[in-house]
Design a protein around this ligand. Structure first.
Ligand code: SF4
Length: 309
């Protein structure tokens, strides 16, 4: 099997090799959280809204899509019903109201009546020197002259300048894949933060994307080495507060499960290392951005990264 890497698993390993192990090797379950489910619901509504004619893409229309999309999600994953007491109309309404607040914030940032996305929830994949890179792009806008804008929705808050690079890694990863697929560097990468009502934009060039390519290749070498050595060390950081496996983490007094005999195979299994989710962000990342938003905003950001607040 050809090895594969998704931006989510790449980000896991960069954040903490033990987190990568818990997710890819041990495959520990991670119950859905309200933040994750709300993010998925909001994504679904923003995606479906573009099925409507341009003039009909209103706040009210988006609100009307919420119950149907929620029902579809629960049908597909019945365990989600544990997150919301649907027998209590007030709680159900409150759940939809929370999602609607995020959607309404989106309307302050973008005008869907003036957008015609070329693609929504676009699966992208390319192979670079024997490593498959894959992921889902929330939205791809293509201008008549071929310029591409890659858009990703985040239901958390925008990161501080200190963490913008981390937030943009995923977008540059997609830009690299699109560049390899179409022979053209996307003109703009745009992260839409619905939690704080901010846009983070970046205009990549070939130099950037070559650097991302080197980084991804080096990351895969590091993953292979960790798998061969069975050495997935914890890397504690403030993001540990959002780690669903903290109680098992030796850095916090826990005991990790014994590493499986076939850990090497599991760690490099492309179905896990290249796993992609149609979800806004794992719960840890969503919460992390909330925390990061309170970090030191005086830190210098990338010179071509722009935040519209
Ligand atoms: S708690 Fe922190 S150090 Fe431990 S596995 Fe999770 S992210 Fe890694």
């Amino acid at each position: 099997m050809v090895p594969a890497l998704s931006p989510s698993r790449a980000a896991d390993f960069m954040q903490c090799p033990l987190l990568y192990r818990f997710r890819v090797v041990d495959r520990l379950p991670e119950p859905a959280t309200p933040a994750m489910a709300r993010g998925t619901l909001v994504h679904a509504v923003l995606e479906r809204l573009f099925d409507l004619p341009a003039g009909g893409r209103t706040r009210d229309a988006a609100g009307e899509l919420l119950p149907g999309q929620w029902t579809r999600m629960v049908d597909e994953r019945p365990e989600l019903s544990d997150l919301v007491d649907e027998a209590d109309p007030a709680r159900l309404q409150s759940w939809f109201d929370d999602a609607l607040r995020l959607i309404e914030r989106w309307f302050t940032l973008e005008d869907p009546t003036r957008l015609e996305p070329a693609e929504r929830e676009l699966y992208v994949e390319t192979e670079i020197d024997g490593l498959i890179l894959r992921g889902y792009v929330d939205r791809l806008d293509v201008a008549p002259d071929g310029r591409m804008r890659v858009v990703d929705y985040k239901t958390g808050r925008a990161p501080s300048h200190l963490f913008e690079g981390k937030a943009l890694f995923q977008m540059k990863f997609y830009a690299l894949v699109l560049w390899r697929l179409h022979g053209r560097v996307p003109t703009r990468l745009q992260l839409v933060y619905l939690g704080s009502g901010e846009l983070l934009t970046y205009e990549p060039d070939e130099h950037d994307l070559r650097a991302v390519e080197r980084k991804v290749k080096a990351l895969w070498v590091a993953i292979e080495r960790a798998a061969t050595d069975g050495d997935f060390r914890p890397r504690p950081s403030r993001l540990c507060d959002w780690c669903g496996h903290k109680q098992l983490c030796p850095a916090f007094g826990g005991v990790a499960p014994p590493i499986p005999d076939d850990a090497v195979v599991l760690a490099l299994d492309p179905r896990a290392s290249g796993a992609v989710e149609l979800v806004t962000a794992p719960p840890m990342a969503a919460g992390a951005t909330d925390a990061e938003a309170t970090a030191d905003r005086r830190a210098p950001g990338s010179p071509r990264a722009g935040v519209v607040r």
